[in-house]
Design a protein around this ligand. Structure first.
Ligand SMILES: Cc1cc2nc3c(=O)[nH]c(=O)nc-3n(C[C@H](O)[C@H](O)[C@H](O)COP(=O)(O)OP(=O)(O)OC[C@H]3O[C@@H](n4cnc5c(N)ncnc54)[C@H](O)[C@@H]3O)c2cc1C
Length: 207
């Protein structure tokens, strides 16, 4: 998406769906029938077109291009294989799909008028590039030595997954676990504060 829109002022894509999608699943905040959608049309969150051409005109894309994209997508959906992006090719994809839908839980044809679109903008869920810490989430210097009394956890700390995103909870999970552990260490240090031991323990690197 970034490559495709390099040089543009805004990086975005459109999610496009049809009436059967809106009846069963909705798009983003626009929930499935019978939840009212007027608010989403008024806010330009959801765009509706009686035909593919009308929708293309409203969202400012080339109608023939959109028709060609839909033709490829619909062929793939019927065959159950997304030849362009591999949607539905992993168990992780299936978790967010509809397991009752065959042959691919993540692909259904878009051919039932009216048609809908919602804009998707770039955002970030979190960072993997936080402050370097040891296994107790004490902040360490380049030489691996602790900075006494300084801890970092959650989005502020380097990720335990080292840059990968294995699945939901990859950010909140370690934030909770290591936050709890860090809190216990800090409270122990506070209880010992003033003692020579406390400073020694704060300097100690436990791997
Ligand atoms: C849309 C979205 C969806 C997500 N979905 C998931 C998910 O499904 N699973 C998952 O694991 N993670 C998910 N994440 C990531 C997860 O929410 C974050 O990684 C996590 O909340 C980070 O927790 P944190 O406590 O480190 O930081 P934050 O939750 O960012 O907390 C930092 C706090 O510090 C406050 N603060 C900032 N500066 C100051 C200051 N100077 N003084 C005082 N307070 C300050 C902020 O207001 C904030 O309350 C999602 C994130 C987003 C944005």
């Amino acid at each position: 998406m970034l490559d495709h829109m390099s040089g543009e002022r805004e990086v975005f894509a459109w999610i496009v769906g049809d009436e059967k999608l809106m009846r069963k699943y909705g798009i983003g905040f626009a929930k499935p029938t019978p939840i009212p959608r007027q608010l989403f049309y008024a806010a330009d969150y959801l765009v509706k077109g009686e035909t593919v051409e009308e929708l293309a005109g409203k969202i400012g894309v080339d109608a023939d291009g959109l028709k060609a994209t839909l033709a490829t997508f619909n062929r793939d959906a019927e065959a159950g294989e997304d030849t362009e992006f591999g949607r539905g090719s992993t168990a992780y994809n299936h978790f967010r799909g509809d397991m009752d839908h065959k042959p691919n839980p993540n692909l259904a044809t878009i051919d039932n008028a009216p048609f809908y679109a919602a804009k998707v903008r770039m955002g970030d869920l979190g960072s993997f590039a936080g402050i370097d810490v040891d296994s107790r989430h004490a902040v360490i210097r380049e030489d691996g030595k602790r900075i006494p009394g300084l801890y970092s956890v959650g989005a502020a700390a380097v990720s335990v997954f080292g840059g990968g995103y294995p699945g939901y909870g990859s950010h909140i999970g370690p934030a909770l676990v290591f936050g709890y552990r860090m809190g216990r260490d800090i409270s122990e240090l506070a209880a010992e504060s003033g003692s020579a031991d406390a400073l020694e323990r704060a300097m100690e690197v436990q791997v």
